[in-house]
Design a protein around this ligand. Structure first.
Ligand code: PEP
Length: 259
């Protein structure tokens, strides 16, 4: 089955509303059609900070760019200072949410259990989910990468049905590659993607494993994207730094179009 590639920008805590709207205009200007791609090209997504989302949705009007959020809380509402609910994201009009990014796990106490709770909440609010998993350098050096990744994926997917998997994307993001400029080799990335797909087959079925998109994230840029995206099990990228640069992001989208 041919999986449509997904190129997703994680803006992290960058871009005010005005700067985000300008970035969208600059990305659109990189394409002749005034858009970021075509219906038969890769799906493209940007995930700005919450306060920038409305301006980005406005700037993306008339273009097939998707807009997502970087987190969601599992409760409907209540005393959860600093968090955001599914209803709030639905009201904004986002279509995706990133869950379990290593920066959330590392700095904000995110665990496999809270990742699973957030995934359940996102699906209940009809949002598509990008679940991030990744090993540390110590874990890679110790030779336990696949065990760590398989544990994170299994726990994130607890209670998620085969039907719900249609709205799930997995992003493999080795922690040592995020924001460091030290990208995983094509072979290292492909090996882990293959292991994740084998796990999905075990947890669900060959059909689910075949249909689920698995993104690579970690210092993907305009120079290394084509090689990574050419790997059979790499279905796109989750991109931090390079997604803030219109030419670089457009080059990655164009690489996905050819892959
Ligand atoms: C990320 O934040 O998900 C990421 C992959 O960042 P970068 O591309 O900057 O390494």
């Amino acid at each position: 089955m041919a999986r449509r590639k997904l190129i997703a920008g994680n803006w992290k805590m960058n871009m005010t509303a005005a700067a985000g709207a300008k970035l969208i205009q600059d990305i659109r200007a990189q394409f002749e059609c005034g858009c970021k791609g075509c219906a038969n090209g890769p799906e493209v997504l940007v995930c700005p900070p919450f306060t920038t989302i409305a301006a980005v949705i406005e700037a993306a009007k008339g273009c097939c760019l998707n807009v997502g959020a970087q987190n969601i809380h599992w409760a409907e509402k209540g005393a959860f200072t600093g968090e955001i609910s599914g209803d709030m994201l639905n009201e904004l009009g986002v279509s995706y949410v990133i869950i379990g990014h290593s920066e959330r796990r590392q700095y904000f106490g995110e665990t496999d259990q809270t990742v699973n709770q957030r995934v359940q909440a996102a699906l209940a609010h009809n949002l598509k989910v990008i679940i991030c998993v990744g090993e540390s350098l110590e874990q890679r050096t110790a030779g336990v990468t696949n065990a760590i990744i398989e544990g994170q994926v299994s726990k994130a997917l607890e209670g998620i049905t085969a039907e719900q998997m249609a709205n799930i994307v997995i992003a493999y993001e080795p922690i040592w590659a995020i924001g460091t400029g030290q990208v995983a080799t094509e072979e290292q990335a492909e090996d882990v993607h293959k292991a994740i797909r084998a796990l999905l087959k075990k947890l669900y079925s060959a059909a689910v494993a075949d249909a689920t998109r698995i993104l690579y994230g970690g210092s993907m840029n305009e120079k290394n994207a084509a090689g990574l995206l050419a790997q059979p099990d790499i279905d796109g990228g989750l991109i931090g730094g390079a997604s803030l640069k219109p030419e670089a992001f457009a080059t990655i989208i164009k690489a996905a179009l050819k892959a």
